[in-house]
Design a protein around this ligand. Sequence first.
Ligand code: C2E
Ligand code: MG
Ligand code: MG
Ligand code: MG
Length: 289
Amino acid sequence: AAKSDGRGVHRFYDEKMLTGAQSRKRLEDDLRTALAQDQLHVAYQPVVATEDARIVGFEALVRWTHPARGAVSPAEFIPVAEECGLIESIGEWVLRTACKEAAQWPGDVRVAVNVSPIQFANPALPAIVTNALAQSGLAANRLELEITEGVFLNESDASDRMFASLKGIGVRLALDDFGTGYSSLGYLKKAPFDKIKIDQSFVRGAVVPGNRNAAIIKAIVMLAETLGMETTAEGLEVQDEIDLIRELGCSHVQGYVYGKPMDAGEAGQLLQAEGGAAKPSGFKVSRAQ
Ligand code: C2E
Ligand code: MG
Ligand code: MG
Ligand code: MG
């Protein structure tokens, strides 16, 4: 438990001694403070074209440096933010920041921003997106919104309208984490996605002999191609995975082997250094985190 919660006294964290509800409440309180006190930043991970290993964009990933705990994973705090309503303001902050920072990069690479199903259900989202683009000067076709299958849980006319109005703005839409949820083909038929992102859990097992993941990835790629969608394989860590994913025909790849999430300045430098020259496939663009 916290040794002291007195003002000005550093809280001592021993999560094991807190009940689940207590530590969740504390995370929620701390997250509120984080937003107000600039503890969040955005990291950018390269997305690379399989064909020529060039960087075509970056995925924006929110980062939180907690004053006492250090880095807290978005996998831990995003679900909390979604439950307590903070995801609206965090999501909008990430969107604005990513557009602003990407607008400073050389060239015309894209930036992909994760959008929670809760943001997607907010009728104000198109206005928020339009505003972030206008404020930053980023062209709409350089912004890609990553949406998970969670948005289909409350499938309705409202979600159809949301897809139409986002497409109307001219932003790109990607279906994130495909293969982990319901992965219904109905979603692909209905929604105007530009890209399917194949979850890393799928990529991970694919290189194991006799594993069925490779066959499934191949089928997803063929389906996507037929529907005119790109495919990004997520979480590539080793050369074997690069080789296989190329063979399976994914148009884009993303993973530590190509670059870990980095700050906006480093991303800009990387693009500057790339300067239009194609890189050999599997080229490690960065090892820094
Ligand atoms: P995601 O959108 O599927 O993002 C990909 C995650 O995989 C990122 O984790 C990234 O750092 C990680 N990753 C990339 N390459 C590799 C690899 O080669 N190996 C391994 N082991 N991991 C790799 P991260 O940044 O921890 O984010 C986790 C999840 O949190 C994201 O999954 C996304 O669902 C969510 N998230 C992150 N930022 C935001 C945000 O701004 N808004 C929302 N709503 N969700 C976010
Ligand atoms: Mg994503
Ligand atoms: Mg993903
Ligand atoms: Mg994921």
